[in-house]
Design a protein around this ligand. Structure first.
Ligand code: 4AD
Ligand code: MG
Length: 463
């Protein structure tokens, strides 16, 4: 007989023989009968296995423990208990994998920290099952969105010789023997004989190569891992995270903001349409306001606000007695507390903040006529802060070179990027969405380490 997944079993008409395989979540015994809640990861919902103790040898019954893996053949019947519509009356039980008393996930209510230490097992818990199913659904939503809009999925390299964001937060990639480094007369390490013949790192963003794709294919998106060696131990930063980066030719700032808003709403709506069981569970167990918050974002127009206006609002708040940890002045890089004030307290909805001082943004952003601000379009979200960083790109070769020289960016490895501005340059724009930040919002979880299966953060690279 073929195995049926629990998600399908729960929709199957009773009165037939079935084969089900999965892990024991709980076992509850009465005199004659054991009730086993079994889960196979296909759904947040368990199937109840009813085991008539007399029909099995005592040894088998003993091995049905929390965490054990079972194969059960039996009859699917209408359930007598109120909790579920169908259950399985076991006829044959095979213990595929025993699970003894040292299994760390026996007890309910383990802390998030404890579960992070057990990240190899936590996909077996209800909460992480729900989160990782939603993670899959969101990835599928993202590909669906861009595919439907005619964007091409473009693969940008993970190993690179350029620092897109210019922030110097890169993990170096080398095959050199670190115990025996050759240096030149100035004491600098010689890389000529390294694997790639130069210094290389893991990418902090696929944008620069994404622009190369867009200026031929018209509209592309990337979706892949991104690495940042920033030493920030916050609930919103990972050293390895996934980013989605669309890049579109002939888009201006307005078009870009429209795309950002439409994209996020599509993803959130997808979750509401396709992850109901898991969202209901998270809404009940993690965050009572979750589903309502998701619905409200889908139905609301995001506020679109120039940075300068945002600063005025924050200064006004300070005048009225609001206390921030970090100072607010025109030119400051907004801290998460500032972003969240604008979103959660002032506007009470997502905000697209635009036209930032050039000093706090990357070299590639298009300069406004005031020569002070650039056409950035970051999306700020409740609970999260910055969820998208985006901008119109500087398409003028001269202006771009001007910024590069001003910022003293070493461009010897970036001639290829400048070629896009030299040969048939075109207006274009794009953004990067942090996949895990989107997942924080959609799941209601509060720590980014809990929405990626195996988080990498300073001091942590287990599993
Ligand atoms: O704002 P960022 O640095 O922008 C870029 O990398 C641009 N090249 C994107 C583009 O225009 N194509 O990063 C984009 C987003 C942030 O808004 C945030 O959601 C996420 O990536 N992000 C992180 N997520 C988790 N951990 C980190 N350390 C992150 N750094 C950025
Ligand atoms: Mg940013």
């Amino acid at each position: 007989m073929r195995r049926t997944k629990i998600v399908d079993l729960l929709k199957t008409q009773p009165g037939q023989d079935v084969l089900v395989k999965g892990w024991v979540r709980t076992r509850r015994d009465s005199k004659q009968v054991s009730f086993v809640a079994m889960n196979d990861g296909s759904s947040i919902n368990n199937i109840q296995i009813v085991v008539d103790v007399d029909k099995f040898d005592a040894e088998t019954i003993k091995r049905i423990t929390t965490g054990a893996c079972l194969s059960v053949a039996g009859e699917l019947v209408a359930s007598q208990g109120g909790q579920q519509s169908v259950e399985v009356l076991a006829k044959e039980i095979e213990v595929l994998g025993d699970c003894d008393g040292t299994y760390p996930l026996q007890k309910k209510g383990a802390s998030w920290e404890f579960l992070r230490e057990k990240a190899h097992l936590r996909p077996r818990t209800n909460t992480f099952g729900a989160i990782f199913r939603i993670r899959h659904q969101m990835a599928y939503a993202i590909h669906t969105f861009f595919h439907q809009k005619g964007f091409f999925y473009f693969h940008t390299p993970l190993i690179t010789a350029s620092d897109c964001e210019g922030a110097g937060q890169m993990f170096q990639v080398t095959t050199k023997n670190l115990y025996d480094l050759k240096k030149d007369e100035n004491g600098s390490i010689i890389y000529d004989d390294d694997f790639f013949g130069k210094t290389t790192s893991l990418t902090v963003s696929g944008q620069l190569e994404g622009e190369l794709g867009a200026t031929g294919l018209g509209a592309i998106y990337t979706f892949g891992p991104t690495f940042r060696a920033e030493n920030s131990n916050t609930p919103r930063h990972l050293a390895e995270f996934w980013m989605i980066e669309p890049e579109v030719c002939f888009y201006d700032k307005q078009d870009l903001m429209d795309l950002e808003e439409e994209f996020i709403k599509f993803c959130v709506q997808w979750a509401l349409d396709n992850c109901q069981d898991d969202l209901q569970f998270l809404n009940k167990m993690i965050d009572k306001g979750l589903i309502e918050r998701l619905q409200s974002v889908v139905g609301i127009d995001f506020e679109r606000l120039p940075y300068t206006e945002g600063i005025k609002i924050l200064e006004e708040a300070i005048k009225n007695g609001h206390k921030f940890e970090f100072p607010v002045y025109w030119g400051c890089d907004l801290a998460s507390e500032h972003e969240r004030y604008l979103v959660e307290q002032h506007f009470k909805k997502p905000v697209i903040l635009t036209d930032y001082p050039k000093e706090i943004k990357a070299f590639y952003m298009k300069m406004n006529e005031d020569q002070k601000t650039v056409q950035g379009t970051d999306v700020l979200f409740p609970q999260i802060g910055e969820i998208i960083g985006g901008s119109v790109r500087e398409e003028s070769y001269e202006k771009l070179m001007g910024r590069i020289e001003e910022l003293q960016i070493p461009m010897k490895d970036m001639w290829w990027y400048l070629d896009t501005r030299k040969y048939g340059s075109c207006p274009h724009a794009g953004f990067g969405l942090g996949f895990e930040r989107l997942l924080l919002f959609v799941t209601g979880m509060s720590n980014i380490r809990d929405v990626i299966p195996f988080p990498r953060t300073p001091g942590h690279a287990d599993f």
